[in-house]
Every structure is written in structure tokens, then in C-alpha cells.
Design a protein around this ligand. Structure first.
Ligand code: DX5
Ligand code: ZN
Length: 217
């Protein structure tokens, strides 16, 4: 199956978001990073901005919640029309309950793991999720370097998904470039978030094509 490339608008020009969305229309989904200055030491935007942007976006939204208390906020992003809503495993004590709530609203449910979080406790929960996000940097900022140590988790996940026959997308986020995307694809990722490597390119559409080619090699 061909790889999905999801550019992160964290690296876009915030003064021109509608225009920036137009530059990545050859991508698969738009990755939207929500940060609350509690779960991570950075702050981005919230529901009103996301729901308005979703109205003008040619592509569906892949929302990544780096926030505490996702129970309070995640359903609102699903109601705003997000295609997928991913919350952090470290931020909730009831991941299954929240995943079911998101699915009941019609969104795909995702669970994200920080680099230091073990994957094993979540393997038996995979049927409750549509995607798992393996963070390949510490969440909070764009432009960081890919951590190869996270690839072990991806291999465990891809083996488990393959054996179980489940249809769970395996996503990586952080430091994805033409070089690192091949490493993550080899480890079993099929969905790739890329912020600075797409938006810092002179031609984002050409960069999306290069990333796709490097992942599918
Ligand atoms: C980091 C965010 C990422 C970020 C990736 O906490 O979750 O989505 O935008 O940016 P790059 O691709 O620049 O590492
Ligand atoms: Zn992200």
C-alpha cells in the first residue's frame, strides 16, 4: 500500500494558512499539532482556528493532541470534522473509552507514544484504534532530529498488526526527511508526518513527491 504523507502546519506560515494549505494539496492529510503548554512546553492553536481552517482545507485533518485532559477537548475536534484525532497515551487513564467516543462521532481514533513510552501495554488495545503515532522526537517543537531508538517500537507494532490482520495505520512524527523516512518505512511505518522538510522546501509539492518516493523505495 502506498505511503501517506501528512505535512504538519506547525511549520507553515501562520500569517497565510489558507495559502499554505493550497501548497500541499498533493499530500494525503494535513497534520494539525495542538499544544497546551502543560503536556508540552509550547502553545499552538485551539478548536475555533481548527474548525475554520477545516472549512477551507482541500485535504482532511489529522489532529495530534499534545494536551492534558484530552477527554475534555478531543471530541470537539472530531465534531469539527477532523478525519482522525490522536491523543497521547501518557495523558489519559482511559484510552479505550476516549477512542470509542471519537469513533462514535465518526473520527478515526489514534493513540500517540512519546519516545520513552513502552508500546507493550498498548498492543492488546490495538483493535480499539485506527492508528498509532510513534513519536520520533520529544513532542513540543518542529525541526528536531529523528530518534532511531524509537524504531524498535515500530517493528513490534508492525509485527503485531500483521499477525492480527488488523487495519491500523502506523504513523511517525518528528524529524522526517528523505533519509529518515526510508528508515521508518523499513521499520513498518506507513504514515509520515513532515513539518519543516515540507514547508521549508522551495516547492512543497515536489518535496512531498520526493518523500513519497523515498518511503516507497
Ligand atoms: C512535534 C510535532 C510534529 C512537528 C514535526 O511535537 O508533533 O508534528 O510538527 O515537525 P518536523 O517535521 O519539523 O520535525
Ligand atoms: Zn505532530
Amino acid at each position: 500500500m502506498p505511503s501517506r504523507i501528512n505535512p504538519s502546519i506547525l511549520a507553515a506560515d501562520f500569517a497565510n494558512l489558507e495559502r499554505e494549505l493550497g501548497r500541499i494539496r498533493t499530500a494525503d492529510l494535513v497534520h494539525v499539532d495542538i499544544m497546551d503548554n502543560h503536556f508540552v512546553p509550547n502553545l499552538t492553536f485551539g478548536p475555533p482556528v481548527v474548525s475554520r481552517l477545516a472549512q477551507v482545507s482541500p485535504l482532511p485533518f489529522d489532529v495530534h493532541l499534545m494536551i492534558d485532559n484530552p477527554e475534555r477537548w478531543a471530541p470537539g475536534y472530531a465534531e469539527a470534522g477532523a478525519f482522525s484525532v490522536t491523543f497521547h497515551a501518557e495523558a489519559t487513564t482511559n484510552p479505550v473509552g476516549l477512542a470509542r467516543k471519537l469513533r462514535s462521532i465518526g473520527a478515526r481514533a489514534g493513540i500517540a507514544l512519546k519516545p520513552g513510552t513502552a508500546v507493550e501495554p498498548y498492543l492488546e488495545l490495538l483493535p480499539e484504534f485506527d492508528q498509532v503515532l510513534v513519536m520520533t522526537v520529544e513532542p513540543g517543537f518542529g525541526g528536531q532530529s529523528f530518534m532511531p531508538s524509537t524504531m524498535r517500537k515500530l517493528k513490534t507494532l508492525s509485527e503485531t498488526v500483521r499477525k492480527s490482520g488488523l487495519d491500523v495505520w502506523l504513523q511517525v512524527d518528528g524529524g522526517i526527511t528523505e533519509e529518515t523516512i526510508a528508515i521508518a518505512a523499513e521499520a513498518g511505518a506507513d504514515t509520515f508526518v513532515a513539518g519543516s522538510s515540507v514547508f521549508n522546501a522551495a516547492d512543497p509539492a515536489a518535496q512531498i513527491a520526493r518523500l513519497r518516493a523515498a518511503a516507497d523505495e
